[in-house]
Write a protein that binds this ligand. Structure first.
Ligand SMILES: Nc1ncnc2c1ncn2[C@@H]1O[C@H](COP(=O)(O)OP(=O)(O)OP(=O)(O)O)[C@@H](O)[C@H]1O
Ligand SMILES: [Mg+2]
Length: 447
């Protein structure tokens, strides 16, 4: 480990040199600045682990600086006895510690080491808290894509910004939405999900906004909507790309004004929800086609989280497979044969994580009491798809070594043909949802 970098910002030249010299002797990479202008640029340049900051500088006041630095845990205040009250104030603002002048050099090192240790612990704590949040949402993944996604989730979770989650079917959009909720200060309150594609416009409106008694025939009592049910928490709008123009307008109003009105009510209510929307369609394209309002798109897209398809993060496949296996196996301890792992890792996963989970669960059932899951179990499971890919049965003729996309394409065409375009049957064979089957067909121009 490299030595921690420390910065001393102190206008008393003698004291500054003394401190820097002493800290260097104690094994720190220490630097000195004599005013805040230089100190500020040194902080940017050196990114010190800790700053020793004089309460009185010629060009700024220590407490203002503390506010400007933002992360006050970075700072140990240097204070003369006369300004002890300012040190107290600094501690209240979250400063790591303070050091009284004249400085006792033994105390100096002790305080620095303690502050560094506290910083390390609190960073670890933060990290654990965030990991905890992800675990609570059950989000598995070890590769760079998931690591970055986690960081973005952590960051956006601290705000109330509207989030748009984009990704293919089964990639884990809902899980990401839950992770945002769990990592946010709203975590103790409700996470309410609404699947937008399953509802007609009128139903959607009454679900979302609620209604007053007598608002329409059948409204025999007042019913609060989901926005109210999610108060203080998170409202998850799934398949947002599917909502019609009337609802788009109503939703836009909520996002713009932060207010909504129950059906039949005479006044507005404040919407205290963080909205997370998800879609597996490309909203930008829908905007271009004119089926999705541009202004709503920009409102929703305040912060976009993209969940990459499984085939673009293959390093996560073995981890996910083992995770689903352990969850499924209960007390039994089953494991995957290396060949099975290889097969899973090479497959194209059009149904993404959901498909992987299905395959593993079925393999676990099919393998019965055998402790090791082999490719044979997987072959039986993901059915003809697997055998087509592996032994190229069913009359498939592939020249040399085709990309998985090609196998997928040809196999889909084959099944569509065999089952005379019956998507339900084909989806079943593929082990994916009907929706996914439609999308695949669309993607390969077989729709
Ligand atoms: N990173 C992950 N770790 C663990 N499980 C995951 C992960 N990603 C997805 N899953 C699981 O895969 C399944 C599909 O995930 P999810 O419902 O979040 O996908 P989706 O993108 O919302 O799909 P759809 O577009 O079909 O609604 C769920 O059972 C979910 O728990
Ligand atoms: Mg979903």
């Amino acid at each position: 480990m490299t030595n921690p970098t420390l910065l001393v910002i102190e206008d008393d030249t003698v004291l500054n040199r003394l401190l820097v010299g002493e800290l260097k002797q104690s094994g720190f990479a220490a630097h000195g600045s004599y005013n805040w202008t230089d100190g500020r640029s040194a902080i940017d340049r050196l990114a010190p682990e800790l700053v020793l900051l004089d309460v009185h500088l010629p060009d700024a006041n220590g407490l203002d600086i503390l506010a400007e630095i933002g992360d006050s845990r970075l700072v140990v205040m240097l204070t003369a006895n006369a300004s002890l009250h300012q040190a107290v104030e600094a501690m209240r603002m979250g400063a790591a510690d303070y050091l009284a002048k004249p400085v006792n050099l033994d105390e100096l090192e002790l305080i620095i080491r303690r502050a560094l240790e506290n910083r390390r612990l609190s960073a670890e704590h933060e990290c654990r808290r965030s990991e905890e949040a992800m675990r609570m949402a059950g989000m598995v993944g070890v590769g760079p894509a998931m690591t970055e996604l986690r960081l973005l989730i952590e960051a956006v979770a601290q705000t109330d910004v509207t989030v748009l989650v984009q990704g293919e079917s089964g990639a884990g959009k809902e899980l990401v939405a839950q992770a945002v909720h769990h990592a946010s200060p709203r975590r103790e309150r409700a996470f309410v999900a609404l699947d937008c594609c399953s509802l007609q416009d009128t139903l959607f409106e009454s679900e979302l906004f609620g209604y007053e008694k007598g608002a329409f025939t059948g409204a025999d009592r007042r019913k609060p909507g989901l926005i109210e049910a999610a108060a203080g928490g998170t409202l998850f709008l799934d398949e947002i790309g599917d909502i019609g123009p009337a609802i788009q307008a109503k939703l836009l109003r909520v996002l713009e004004t932060g207010r909504f009105r129950r059906i039949g009510a005479t006044s507005d209510m404040r919407a205290n929800v963080r909205i997370v929307a998800a879609t597996n369609r490309d909203l930008a394209t829908l905007v271009r086609k004119g089926t999705f309002r541009a202004d709503l798109y920009y409102r929703l897209n305040a912060f976009m989280l993209v969940v990459p398809p499984l085939r673009l993060r293959r390093e996560d496949i073995p981890v996910l497979a083992n995770y689903f296996l352990a969850a499924r196996a209960g007390g039994r301890r089953q494991r995957l044969h290396p060949e099975a792992v290889r097969y899973l890792t090479e497959y194209g996963w059009p149904g993404n994580v959901r498909e992987l989970r299905n395959v593993i669960e079925r393999a676990s059932i099919l393998s019965g009491d055998t402790p090791v899951i082999t490719p044979a179990h997987l072959l039986g499971l993901s059915g003809e798809m697997a055998s087509a890919a592996v032994d190229r049965g069913n009359g498939f003729q592939f020249d040399d070594e085709p990309a998985l996309e090609k196998i997928e394409h040809e196999y889909l065409a084959y099944l569509l043909d065999k089952y005379r375009g019956n998507r339900r049957e084909v989806a079943k064979k593929l082990g994916v949802s009907e929706r996914t089957c439609y999308r695949m067909a669309e993607r390969y121009g077989l729709g």
